[in-house]
Design a protein around this ligand. Structure first.
Ligand code: SF4
Ligand code: SF4
Length: 314
């Protein structure tokens, strides 16, 4: 019998749990991409997402999140929905693909907890802490370092197997695992399709996003009124934007998700008129297990009003 290495055992467990991709990164402080993130914050390009500027010490040094931490197990789930993702021009409005099904945070929490239990059975002295947007860590940096994905000019991480239609979750662990080789620096070459396609100029230069101009930020994170000069660029989007992913040639490899199959939220099929008039209680009920709860009811109504105005003008 061929003995399993610790690393193979960990990866087999991750796959048994249902993760689509897994890689291992060392716990050491981060790469250049993290320093780019610092500059991005210093320039104020994160807009009102003040939570992103907190916890810089842990972001630089994820070992601070767990005493005795040695490695990070980076996992990814493919969320690609084979249904048409860009319905711009239709009255229903556009929801980003990641938000259409069950909230990936809940899915990840369950799966990482399952993985942690299975690993504890194999390594009884292991300690771990799970991260799904719950800790101030640099997920993109860890995905690159663990070989799970590389960074595209659209600032998304891109997997060779699934394209950029992935969400990430991590388990920081006391297991001393050999790290995987990092992913390639970038495979974009001379392509600029995402930059050219962005309707708001939010991708001001390769690998650099000004969130304050990005439709995803404006429709999900921005509170209050959206400045009138920014409304037209939002087009028919109601929650998020996938344009810079839809045009990416590396997304031709996309394959339907198993983790999120057949789970579309009914908000996604509502007309813009219905969304404009949605009550707080209906919104609460329909977003109970959905990432769409991020924009709040008032935000969704605001977005639907803007999308309706934009589509009427066309
Ligand atoms: S998500 Fe949309 S608005 Fe934001 S950078 Fe990509 S294409 Fe531009
Ligand atoms: S569209 Fe082109 S430049 Fe943009 S991320 Fe994809 S390959 Fe890179």
């Amino acid at each position: 019998m061929i003995p399993y290495s610790q690393e193979s055992l960990v990866k087999n467990i991750a796959r048994e749990v249902g993760f689509d991709a897994v890689g291992i990164a060392g716990i050491e402080p981060s790469l250049e991409s993290d320093r780019m993130f610092d500059r991005w914050i210093d320039d104020g390009r994160h807009g009102e997402m003040r939570y992103l500027s907190g916890g810089a010490d842990k972001r630089h040094d994820p070992g601070l999140l767990l005493e005795g931490a040695k490695s990070i197990i980076c996992t990814a789930l493919n969320y690609y929905d084979a249904a048409p993702s860009d319905r711009e021009g239709e009255q229903e409005g556009v929801f980003a693909m990641y938000a259409r099904g069950r909230d990936y945070h809940a899915v990840f929490s369950e799966m990482l907890s399952d993985m942690s239990e299975r690993l504890s059975a194999a390594f009884p002295r292991m300690k771990s802490v799970a991260c799904v947007d719950t800790q101030p860590i640099s997920e993109r940096d860890i995905a690159i370092r663990s070989g799970v994905a590389w960074l595209g000019k659209n600032t998304c991480v891109i997997s060779r197997e699934f394209g950029s239609w992935i969400v990430l979750g991590e388990l920081i662990t006391s297991l001393d695992l050999s790290p995987d080789a990092p992913a390639a620096q970038s495979l974009c070459g001379s392509c600029t399709r995402c930059i050219d396609a962005c309707p708001t100029g939010a991708l001001e230069e390769p690998y650099s996003l000004d969130a304050r101009r990005c439709i995803s930020y404006l429709t999900i994170e921005k509170r209050g009124e959206i400045p009138s000069e920014q409304r037209a660029g939002i087009g028919g989007h109601v929650f998020g934007c996938d344009i810079c992913q839809n045009v990416c040639p590396y997304n031709r490899v996309a394959k339907p998700s198993t983790a999120f199959s057949g789970e579309s939220n009914s908000l996604v099929t509502m007309s813009l008129n219905e969304l404009v008039g949605i009550s707080d209680s209906d919104y609460r009920e329909l977003t109970r297990e959905s990432a769409i709860n991020r924009c709040k009811a008032e935000g969704l109504r605001r977005n639907a009003r803007i999308a309706r105005e934009n589509l009427r003008r066309e």
